[in-house]
Design a protein around this ligand. Structure first.
Ligand SMILES: [Zn+2]
Length: 115
């Protein structure tokens, strides 16, 4: 019977990061971008916005193939979009931390992933 190489084991802090990253990747809507709240006037003279109460709208802004683009976020989707943006950022941070650890392991020529 062929022997398998031992599975890579990670120290607990890294295991936690990986497990959280897997959870986000499996269960979350993920959305890259920045939310931007805009105060706008519609141009109608009789509207409240003309008297200093602007319409507040939410937009998602992201860079796509090097160009900025934006999406209007209706009020009823705000919570869903905010969560997707937050989850994306958390996952991105986790992946970056994992990459950083691997960078350091290579720098120190560590074969094991236990540090
Ligand atoms: Zn208005």
């Amino acid at each position: 019977m062929a022997t398998r190489p031992p599975r890579t084991t990670f120290a607990p802090p890294e295991r936690r990061r990986r497990s959280r990253a897997a959870e986000l990747a499996h269960c979350s809507r993920l959305l890259r971008g920045t939310l931007s709240v805009r105060n706008q006037t519609c141009g109608k003279e009789s509207c409240r916005c003309a008297r200093g109460e602007p319409h507040v709208s939410l937009y998602l802004v992201q860079s796509h193939n090097g160009k900025p683009r934006q999406l209007y976020v209706p009020k009823e989707w705000e919570e869903r979009v905010r969560r997707a943006v937050k989850d994306y950022q958390e996952l991105q941070t986790l992946v970056e931390e994992l990459s950083e650890r691997e960078w350091r392991r290579l720098t120190h020529r560590e074969e094991e992933a236990r540090s």
